[in-house]
Every structure is written in C-alpha cells, then in structure tokens.
Design a protein around this ligand. Structure first.
Ligand SMILES: NC(=O)c1ccc[n+]([C@@H]2O[C@H](COP(=O)([O-])OP(=O)(O)OC[C@H]3O[C@@H](n4cnc5c(N)ncnc54)[C@H](OP(=O)(O)O)[C@@H]3O)[C@@H](O)[C@H]2O)c1
Length: 279
C-alpha cells in the first residue's frame, strides 16, 4: 500500500506503457513488505530535463531511464560511475548525498542473462544491431572480454562513433544495417544481438532477408520484448529478453537499496504475473 512515507522509484521513457519493470519491482517490494513503490512515467525527449528536476524536488529514491533517454540524460546528472562514464550511457540513477549519480546495468545484465543460457561471451564473434544506449553498454562489455563485435546500425555515423569510442581488447568494426551488411556477416557469427526496438524476425522481413538465413548464426538475442516475435527457425538458440530485464533490474535494486537483490523472487514474481516461464 502507498502511504505518506513510501519511498518512490520511477521509470522515465517513451514508450513505457509496455514496460514490465514496474511489475517486477512492485511485486517484489510487496512480497518483502518494503515501503517502496515504482512508478512508470511517459517522458518524451523535450521533457526529460523537467522530469529529472522533478525527481530531485520530489525526492525520488532512484529511477531508471529507458529509450530514448540513456545518452541525453548524462548532462543532467551530478556524477557518473566509472562504467557509465566510460560508455556514456545511463539506465539507472541513484539519489545520494552528493546528488544524482548515473549507472548502467544493461551490459552486466546482458552478460548474466547469456551465461544463464550457457553462452559464455568471451573470445566470441558477435554482431550487434543498433548503436543506441543499450548497444553502447553491451559493446563495451563485450569488448572488455576480447569478443570481436561488428556493429550494424541504420544511421552509419552512430555505429562509427560507437566503434571509435569503444575501449578494450576486442576487435570492433561497423557498417550500415542493410540486407547485404547483415547477410554478409551472419555466417561468421556466434551471437546476433539485436538492440533495436524491432524484433529480429520482423527486421529480417523488413530487410527482405529470408528468415532461414538467421540459422547461419548460433544464437539470437533480442533485447526488445514489447511486441510478440514472429517465429524464427526452430534450430536456432535464442536468449529471451526477459532474462536480461530481470538481471538488469536486480542490479538497479542493489544500487538503490545497497544490499544484494532477491533475484529469484524478482524473477518468480514476473513469471507468476505472466503465467509462464520464458526459459
Ligand atoms: N531486455 C532488456 O532488459 C532491455 C534492456 C535495455 C533495452 N532494451 C530494449 O532495447 C531496445 C533499444 O533500447 P535503447 O535504449 O538502446 O534505445 P535507443 O537508444 O533509442 O537506440 C535504438 C537503436 O535502434 C535503432 N532503431 C530504432 N528504430 C529502428 C528501426 N525501425 N529499424 C532499424 N533500427 C532502428 C536506432 O538506430 P538509429 O541510430 O538509426 O536511430 C538505435 O541504434 C528497446 O526496445 C529497449 O526496450 C531491453
């Protein structure tokens, strides 16, 4: 129950109506009898600054940002942690005595999700579709583990900028997200990560790539979960985006509450809400 002294967390993004983060956090807070609530707010590009100021004024106890704010929020915060500073992307903001501090839990959340499926992202060949906020954190994380990553993005300049600014021992290359660009690299790929809002099967249709071509890679990892995916070839292994969602939420929980997250409870809360497990 929300009371006079309930600590409030929030999510800023556009769109947010599909987000399952409020489900994960509110069910977990309730089950642990924590006097906390998590509220989603539809915040467009022009309103992010006001929303961040509102979080300060109203004393929110930390918040998440999602598409399209992960990079634009940087200049509105007081400090960035080392990882967020390096990748220039934030998805979690903590309120501290010294102001609002930005973190990014996407890269580590993705790696934990991959490992839970038995995929170890070390010395692998990875194709990354997209060069936005989520792609940035994953590419940096993958590069650190000596993976070679080819970034393909609709806007070539953003792919170039991400490739140029990624540090770490991994080999990074980039290109435009086109039919040829994707088809030409799939056969050399262990993992295809799709960090665009369009599911891979839909993207393949849009690019006029036969969906069977996706079998040239071993694993496909869509990050978007808001729309049902069209079927992809049965022999292909897939990582479910909901696994990453729970892992990155658990990492946010740890930042906000300063204690280990109840990962199993967070995951089972979402499974119970959906009425099915995704694994
Ligand atoms: N499962 C999870 O836990 C999790 C975590 C983080 C993010 N996500 C999901 O990942 C997706 C990306 O999030 P984000 O924060 O990185 O967003 P973002 O910063 O806005 O970046 C979006 C990226 O997708 C590309 N894109 C957008 N529309 C496209 C289209 N129609 N065709 C091809 N490319 C397109 C953009 O290309 P341009 O550069 O050309 O605009 C950009 O590279 C969202 O769906 C988000 O919900 C899921």
């Amino acid at each position: 129950m929300i009371k006079g002294d309930t600590r409030v967390h929030s999510l800023y993004g556009s769109p947010v109506a599909h987000s399952l983060s409020p489900v994960i956090f509110n069910l977990t807070f309730e089950k642990l009898s924590l006097n906390r609530a998590y509220m989603p707010f539809e915040v467009g590009k022009d309103n992010l600054k006001n929303a961040v100021e509102a979080a300060r004024t109203l004393g929110f106890d930390g918040f998440n940002v999602t598409m399209p704010h992960k990079t634009t929020i940087l200049e509105m915060l007081d400090r960035l942690d080392e990882e967020a500073e390096k990748i220039r992307s934030v998805n979690t903001v903590a309120r501290t005595k010294s102001g609002l501090v930005g973190y990014n839990t996407d890269g580590e959340g993705a790696v934990r999700a991959l490992r839970s499926y038995g995929f170890e992202p070390i010395n692998r060949r990875i194709v990354m579709l997209g060069a936005g906020g989520a792609a940035r954190s994953l590419v940096h994380r993958f590069s650190r583990e000596n993976n070679s990553v080819r970034i393909l993005n609709r806007t070539l300049e953003k792919a170039r900028e991400l490739a140029d600014n990624t540090t770490g021992p991994g080999k990074i290359s980039y290109g435009e997200l086109t039919k040829n660009g994707l088809e030409n690299c799939l056969h050399d790929t262990d993992l295809l990560v799709n960090a665009t809002p369009i599911r891979t099967s839909t993207l393949a249709h849009q690019l006029k790539i036969p969906v069977n071509t996706l079998k040239d890679t071993d694993w496909v990892f869509d990050l978007a979960y808001d729309k049902p995916a069209e079927p992809i070839p049965a022999r292909l292994d897939t990582i479910d985006p909901l696994e990453m969602l729970v892992h990155q939420a658990a990492l946010s929980y740890e930042i906000w509450l300063g204690e280990p997250a109840p990962f199993a409870l967070m995951r089972s809360s979402l499974v119970a809400y959906l009425g099915k497990d995704w694994k």
